[in-house]
Design a protein around this ligand. Structure first.
Ligand code: NAP
Ligand code: MG
Length: 404
């Protein structure tokens, strides 16, 4: 068989534990037999991050900016317990995702993978809801303090030109708590651009919500920047028949619950943190969630939203059978190969990625799934729980039929 050719390499970021095992199985069974895979390989496994003093993470992020598309395996973020588990670690290395996000920038889009046999808790949700979470500032970069006596707090900005602006926050008669938060116009603009671009890429409506009736200047700035940026995307939105819609966060929550799904909901940092957990839980499982970081310059990093599934890895090491869900990791590869195909104008590569995605859905719709899902199917559907390998083999059979 002639394999599908690639032009530009993908940035491949390998990872840890059970997801590293799945990573190899996915490549060997589902990709390498069909695609003449070109990647620039970075081993983000914990021991190699340690051996390279975490240079490898920085280099993989820089390669992502240079080549435009990356696919990342889940990785361990070391904590105290991991330092004991891996005594060779010379430092408690920072979260690779955090490092990559700070170099690449942009917005994280998370979308549940929906199948007929597993219904979301919200019965009227027919299509996935994608949460676009702003990744900078607000309460996550705020300062706060506690005071004990009567007094007054002010907020002062000192410009480099010498200009000063002061506001009175509040006069208090007793103990009080205080907080000062900020955001950057450039970051808000990048957030807006990523959201409009992602709506165009996925041909979905974009909703955006804040509380600008209360935070008139702060949230008002978000609303204004989105309106300003939308001017540059409106013609493309009209051409695709998609819409941009702004509403208050409380109105958005009510509309989301009553909706059929099938749109992107852009949220400020805190709202996105909370709402993405709500939406993913209501749809079922973290193992059925895709995640992509999109920078305002149009750089893409695809990953799974879950971790390295440590408990399953230790079973695997003992030679026991595992039933670990590889859907999110397969879909990270699908997303990356499809995007590479689109950017390099390789329709065969796009078609292959679509077939791999469809073969995965066909397998699930045939009731072949890993244990985490098999226990969740609705009455009237049958499900057979298979092993990690069994699931990937079942996808392989269906993929081969599609490719012919
Ligand atoms: P986790 O790996 O997501 O696993 C938590 C539990 O969720 C698992 O024990 C398993 O439950 C279930 N689960 C998650 N993914 C699954 C899958 N694909 N198939 C089947 N079940 C799945 O989270 P964690 O145990 O909190 O973290 C483990 C390591 O991952 C940590 O070192 C953390 O730093 C890292 N992490 C990495 C990322 C990332 O790179 N994006 C994200 C989060 C965490 P059962 O055991 O009940 O089957
Ligand atoms: Mg959270």
């Amino acid at each position: 068989m002639i394999k599908i050719q690639m032009k530009t390499p993908l940035v491949e970021m390998d990872g840890d534990e059970m997801t590293r095992i799945l990573w190899k199985m996915i490549k060997d069974e589902l990709i390498l037999p069909f695609v003449d895979l070109k990647t620039e390989y970075y081993d983000l496994g914990l021991l190699n991050r340690n051996a390279t003093k975490d240079r490898v993470t920085v280099e993989s992020a820089e390669a992502t900016k240079r080549l435009g598309v990356a696919v990342k395996c889940a990785t361990i973020t070391p904590n105290k317990q991991r330092m004991e588990e891996y005594p060779e670690l010379t430092e408690m290395w920072k979260s690779p995702n955090g490092t990559i996000r700070s170099i690449v920038g942009g917005t994280i889009f998370r979308t549940p993978v929906v199948i007929d046999s597993i219904k979301p808790v919200v019965k009227n949700w027919e299509k996935p809801i994608t949460i676009a979470r702003h990744g900078y500032g607000d309460v996550y970069r705020a300062v706060d303090m506690y005071t004990t006596e009567p007094g007054v707090a002010t907020l002062t900005f000192k410009g480099e030109s010498g200009e000063e602006k002061t506001l009175e926050v509040q006069k208090v008669k007793g103990p009080a708590v205080w907080q000062a938060a900020h955001n950057l116009e450039s970051s808000i603009r990048g957030f807006a651009k990523s959201c409009f671009q992602y709506a165009i890429d996925t041909k979905q409506d974009l909703w955006f919500s804040t509380k600008d009736t209360i935070a008139k200047v702060y949230d008002g700035e978000f609303k204004k920047v989105f309106e300003e940026e939308f001017v540059n995307y409106k013609a493309k939105f009209d051409e695709l028949g998609i819409t941009y819609f702004y509403t208050l966060i409380d109105d958005a929550v009510a509309r989301v619950i009553r909706s059929k799904g099938g749109y992107i909901w852009a949220c400020k940092n805190y709202d996105g943190d909370v709402m993405s957990d709500m939406v993913s839980t209501a749809f079922g499982s973290l193992a059925m969630m895709t995640s992509v970081l999109v920078s305002p310059e149009g750089v893409y990093e695809f990953e799974a939203a879950h971790g390295t599934v440590t408990k399953h890895y230790y079973k695997h090491l003992k030679g026991e059978e595992t039933s670990t869900n590889s859907v999110a990791t397969i879909f990270a590869w699908v997303g990356a190969l499809r995007k590479r195909g689109e950017l390099d104008n390789l329709p065969e590569l796009v078609e292959y990625a679509n077939k791999l995605e469809q073969a995965t859905f066909d397998t699930l719709n045939d009731g072949i799934m890993t244990k985490d899902l098999a226990g969740m199917v609705e009455e009237g559907y049958t499900a057979t729980a298979v092993s990690s390998e069994g699931f990937i083999k079942a996808i392989r059979e269906r993929l081969e039929k599609k490719i012919g």
